[in-house]
Design a protein around this ligand. Structure first.
Ligand SMILES: CC(C)(COP(=O)(O)OP(=O)(O)OC[C@H]1O[C@@H](n2cnc3c(N)ncnc32)[C@H](O)[C@@H]1OP(=O)(O)O)[C@@H](O)C(=O)NCCC(=O)NCCS
Length: 187
């Protein structure tokens, strides 16, 4: 396993070209996709031909230091979903976007918070990241809760992109949270 980091209960590793089925299964749960597509699954072909190649290309681009990583329970090894900590494709490399998508079976156990905390620590202490940001829909309370527990600050509201207008709650727009290295150190 190409381990990226470990927490008390989780191992994050780099994806490989053989992992399409894990991503397809994750994106096939309407509850997981509720605030991302309105519940629509991601087509398997899109995962195989677009998502996974993009994830693998990200490791090349950022030398495996930033990107999107598979998360597994240490106890038993089950795949629980993914986390990302990565710059925008054309953005500054010292600003990373945090994200997470977990299988429903793994919700409510504090995993998203635990994995995200470890990603922030690694980004700020090892990878030269200056600021971490995250965005979600205003009504995605589970996701916002994590951002707030991480000590991130609500910095902006954002309009709903046109391709997300059909999602329940989209009329409330989105939110952006940020945390700088200085703010993180003071926690
Ligand atoms: C959002 C998501 C990552 C949360 O994962 P999780 O592992 O259950 O999160 P945690 O257990 O770390 O919980 C974080 C906090 O949010 C709370 N929370 C979780 N779901 C919630 C909800 N629907 N409404 C309000 N609070 C919620 C938890 O109670 C917890 O707070 P607490 O520790 O103070 O009790 C998970 O539900 C998920 O993957 N959803 C689908 C994909 C998605 O929406 N990703 C975010 C896109 S921006």
């Amino acid at each position: 396993m190409d381990t990226y980091l470990e927490t008390e209960r989780l191992v994050l590793r780099r994806f490989t070209a053989d992992d399409a089925d894990l991503l397809i299964e994750l994106d096939s749960d309407p509850a997981v996709m509720r605030y991302l597509t309105g519940g629509q699954p991601t087509a398997p072909q899109v995962v195989r031909e677009e998502y996974l190649p993009r994830i693998l290309a990200g490791y090349e681009r950022w030398d495996g230091a930033l990107g999107l990583f598979a998360a597994h329970e240490k106890d038993g090894g089950a795949f629980i979903g993914w986390f990302h900590s990565r710059p925008q494709p054309k953005g500054p490399v010292d600003e990373a976007e945090l994200g997470y998508r977990l299988r429903q079976a793994a919700w409510g156990k504090g995993y998203a918070t635990e994995g995200s905390r470890a990603l922030l620590a690694k980004a700020f202490t090892e990878l030269g990241v200056r600021m971490v940001w995250a965005e979600t829909m205003s009504v995605n309370h589970g996701s916002r809760n994590i951002m707030e527990k991480l000590g991130m600050t609500l910095t902006d509201t954002i309009p709903t992109p046109s391709d997300m207008k059909m999602i329940e709650g989209s009329e409330h727009g989105g939110v952006r949270y940020e945390i700088t290295k200085e703010q993180w150190k003071q926690q």
